[in-house]
Design a protein around this ligand. Structure first.
Ligand code: PHE
Ligand code: ZN
Length: 883
């Protein structure tokens, strides 16, 4: 083991930097195997630092040092500095302030398979510096509270690297001997080094522009590999939409004259908000109607917006240290969620975000890796780009928005921008701005930042017909998480509405208050509290936690009849859908027990009737309609079980799907046929909704053993001119027994073999299939010529989909799925530690399974722990999973 016990970094140990770097001039001579880097840094001692005679300690990894020059004069000699594996310490730093240090080193991008620092992607050179990648480019104070202006000169071969990009504005360029050229870029805004980027390669550019609210003209450029120029239009439109929205909703205008996006095929994450030069995973840029699904189109717009929004929430105002990561990520996710809700369907977007939160984040919060949105310790910061930091972080910002209201929230964000522009700040600074702008105190609310775990709200009610009052008793409790045995009560906004038995809205008037409204936000601050509603002529149904107003679990006893009533009458779109999910969820839970006890399976007619009623109504938002007809996922159902039984869950859920298909066949067929038309290339809500509802019907119908219906899928596959329809058809053919399954899989590969992103879908689809031969298929696909451990998208498509989206086969009782995953993690440990450690997550929840599986899963985690030269990334996740 290389890192027998890797170091932990603690928030409580934060101190300001001893030195500041004001100006950085970088000079790169680019080469695949030996890039020369010269960094000319203008530094000074930090007056705020308490340490008096500190040496200058710069971070650096995998660098070959050539020489160090002080104040453009003498080269330092060996006695002046000490080099270690991850640092360079310089003694006797000059007294004169500021001083200049010039460091020359070389790097080898070709062997950089971790994709952090400067690396190669399909012959293109590109960088990834967040969180601590800049230290793999040159020696530096690689921490976000050191902010400098950067000037970057790139020198390279004209044929290999015709395009040379970095942050800011292009200020000069020229030609050199030996077919080389150079470009100089200048970024006038100070930034931490994690926002630095360079890209060099044979790229094509598509160009458009945007006029800001103040009338400035911004040039917008998207750079892609030549074969992809025909897949950029949607990304460009998305960028313009995001720019407009941020002006309208937050008053934020873009600040440079140029905004560039580069799409790269080898990327560990989704995208990166480098100042003026975003680097994107191709997955979140490229789209053409025949290659990308409707959901791809939506994700692209969301991610483009997310990175764009970072220009203010992340770049202009950045994080003081990495413990504050949610300051930029939680806020920016909240912003992109709201943007997408405005662009598409608010109801659908909220449901999708909550579904993701409840399956993935709740699981994280309930397991050994639970951490607050502002963590207190980490071994490897790359492991903390989690659903908790991002998605729960966004929920915390959303709660502030709910508590304050849109207008006051905006006052708070305005003050936050005004106070902290150009600074590196903390989550505390954000909350303080919200308080100061509105004259409110958020003392208790701050606990959301420091406390991990998902609170459980228990709600009971009592109607008094004499007094015409309804009392809601709400209590909160949060289970212990690692390192936090005892939890304090949180400040929880609980949005409530009341509905009379005839379906009309009942007034919400709290005792002692003169206001009456259609809904109220209760402020739950104590461990247990009563809320009394008055003036209710008959007992209303209660709609609690409307819009999912807080990231909590709700426990409330409700009959199937009441849930069916809410499914028909709740005016809150989220809770209406939620009532349907609870209804069907309760039924499936009962059936899971029946499966486990070998009882005969029978679906309660109330469920069929509820679905029949949903089907009978006219719906304007067809995407929302599709969600009302969708069953909770196996992963969500698993979350609800004390001991997860993947086989029983799958069996019960499939039984429900089949029964509904049998009972509602006619209505589903009609709905399919009514919405089946070719609207390829149309992406308005109507066309997207029609595709979605149609494919939801197809999914039910192909559960039936009916050759005519199976042929519908086959025909749809053959005639589809858009990826949504083609993929939906192929999915049902792969997930159900189907006569043309093999043939269509082969045809699909044949058709799309040159489109990497489509081939990723082809891998993922097979890896996630419940078909009995899936494990053998996955093993065979590992040897497929198109599989490659060096491409993170491919790893996620095959290994990720199998381990995270196929509970049935990954958790095979004999442990073959676990062993397979551990083999891949061990192989990836040296190749790409970040991706390796993300793949462990499927094993982390081992405590949730039966004893047999627990033993098999922990055995694989232990095997991973004994990996030779284990990376910090893998070590941290595997060891904490076992702890
Ligand atoms: N900061 C990026 C985002 O959320 C995510 C990212 C982190 C990308 C680290 C690469 C490396 O927008
Ligand atoms: Zn982000």
């Amino acid at each position: 083991m290389r890192d027998a016990s890797p170091q932990t970094t603690y928030l409580k140990d934060y101190t300001v930097p001893d030195y500041l770097i004001h100006k950085v001039a970088l000079h790169f001579v680019l080469d695949e195997e030996r890039t020369e880097v010269t960094a000319r840094l203008t530094l000074s001692r930090n007056p705020a630092s308490l340490s008096m005679s500190a040496a200058l300690v710069l971070a650096g990894e995998n660098l070959t040092l050539q020489r160090i020059i002080l104040n453009d004069g003498e080269e330092l000699v060996a006695a002046d500095y000490v080099q270690a594996a991850d640092s360079l310490t310089i003694y006797n730093v000059p007294q004169q302030q500021p001083f200049v240090l010039t460091i020359e080193n070389t790097i080898n991008p070709k062997i950089n398979t971790a994709l952090e620092g400067l690396y190669l992607s399909n012959g293109m050179l590109c960088t990834q510096c967040e969180a601590e990648g800049f230290r793999k480019i040159t020696y530096f104070l690689d921490r976000p509270d050191v902010m400098a202006t950067f000037t970057t000169t790139l020198v390279g071969d004209k044929s290999r690297y015709p395009v040379l990009l970095s942050n800011g504005n292009k200020i000069a360029h020229g030609e050199l001997e030996a077919n080389r050229h150079w470009v100089t870029w200048e970024d006038p805004f100070t930034k931490p080094c994690y926002l630095f980027a360079l890209v060099a390669g044979q790229l094509e550019c598509i160009e458009d522009h945007f006029t800001t609210q103040s009338g400035r003209d911004i040039s917008l450029q998207i750079f892609v590999e030549p074969q992809d120029v025909d897949k950029c239009a949607h990304a460009m439109q998305s960028l313009q939409n995001a720019m407009r929205w941020d002006e309208e909703v937050y008053g934020c205008e873009y600040d440079l004259d140029l905004y560039m996006i580069v799409a790269v095929s080898h990327f560990n994450m989704g995208a990166m908000e480098n100042k003026g030069l975003n680097v994107f995973n191709t997955k979140f840029v490229l789209a053409r109607p025949d290659t990308a699904t409707d959901s791809d189109y939506e994700h692209i717009e969301g991610v483009i917006a997310h990175e764009y929004f970072h220009n203010w929430t992340g770049n202009r105002i950045t994080c003081r240290d990495w413990f504050q990561l949610s300051l930029k990520e939680g806020f920016t996710v909240f912003r992109d969620q709201e943007f997408t809700g405005d662009r598409t369907s608010k109801a659908v977007k909220r449901i999708e975000d909550v579904t993701m939160l409840r399956t993935r984040q709740f699981a994280e919060d309930a397991g050994p890796l639970a951490h607050p949105i502002r963590p207190e310790a980490y071994i490897e910061i790359n492991n903390f780009y989690t659903v908790t930091i991002y998605e729960k972080g966004a929920e915390v910002v959303r709660m502030l928005h709910t508590l304050l209201g849109a207008e006051r929230f905006r006052k708070g964000s305005d003050l936050y921008f005004a106070r902290h522009d150009g600074q590196a700040v903390t989550c505390e600074d954000f909350v303080k701005a919200m308080e100061a702008a509105n004259g409110v105190g958020l003392v208790q609310f701050r606990r959301w930042y420091s406390q991990a775990g998902t609170p459980v709200l228990t709600v009971s009610r009592r109607y008094d017909s004499q007094a015409q009052t309804l009392t809601l008793s709400i209590s909160q409790e949060c289970p212990p998480t690692p390192g936090q045995a005892v939890k304090e009560p949180l400040h929880i906004p609980v949005k409530v509405g009341l509905i009379y038995p005839d379906g009309t809205i009942a007034p919400c008037q709290l005792q002692g208050s003169a206001d009456s409204a259609e809904e109220v936000i209760l402020a739950l601050t104590e461990a247990a509290q009563d809320f009394v509603f008055t003036g209710l002529s008959s007992e209303p149904a209660v709609s609690v936690l409307r819009g999912f107003s807080a990231p909590v679990k709700l426990v409330m006893e409700r009959s199937l009849t009441e849930l069916a009533f809410l499914l028909s009458h709740d005016s809150d779109t989220f809770n209406r859908w939620e009532a349907g999910q609870q209804l069907i969820g309760q039924a499936i839970t009962g059936l899971i027990a029946d499966v486990q006890n070998n009882r005969e399976l029978r679906l309660d007619p109330i469920i069929i009737e509820a679905f029949r009623q949903v089907l009978a109504q006219p719906w304007e938002d067809l995407s929302y309609f599709s969600l009302l007809l969708s069953l909770p996922s196996e992963t969500y159902l698993a979350e609800q079980m004390p001991v997860i039984d993947v086989v029983a869950i799958h069996t019960a859920r499939e039984f429900v799907k089949l029964t509904l298909a049998e009972q509602l066949q006619n209505a589903l067929q009609t709905l399919y046929l009514n919405n089946h038309r070719d609207e390829s290339g149309c992406f308005d809500a109507g066309a997207i909704g029609r595709r979605r509802i149609k494919n939801t019907c197809l999914n039910y119908l192909c559960a039936l053993d009916d050759p005519a219906l199976k042929n519908w899928a086959h025909q749809q596959f053959k005639t589809a001119k858009n990826m949504t329809d083609q993929m939906a058809a192929l999915t049902v053919m792969v997930n159900n027994p189907h006569y043309a399954r093999r043939q269509c899989l082969a045809e699909f590969y044949q058709q799309w073999q040159h489109e990497a992103l489509v081939i990723d879908k082809w891998f993922a689809l097979q890896a996630a299939s419940p078909a009995p031969d899936t494990f053998a298929t996955v093993q065979a696909l590992m040897a497929h010529p198109a599989f490659d451990l060096g491409t993170p998208n491919r790893i996620r498509a095959l290994i990720g989909a199998f381990s995270q989206a196929n509970p049935l086969h990954f958790h095979a009782a004999n442990g073959q799925g676990y062993q397979f995953l551990a083999d891949q993690i061990i192989a990836l440990n040296t190749l790409n530690p970040q991706v390796a450690s993300r793949m462990i997550s499927a094993l982390t929840s081992w405590r949730r399974y039966d004893a047999g599986r627990q033993a098999l899963m922990t055995a694989q985690l232990e095997r991973i722990m004994s990996t030779e030269a284990i990376s910090k990334d893998v070590y941290e996740i595997a060891s904490k999973s076992l702890a």
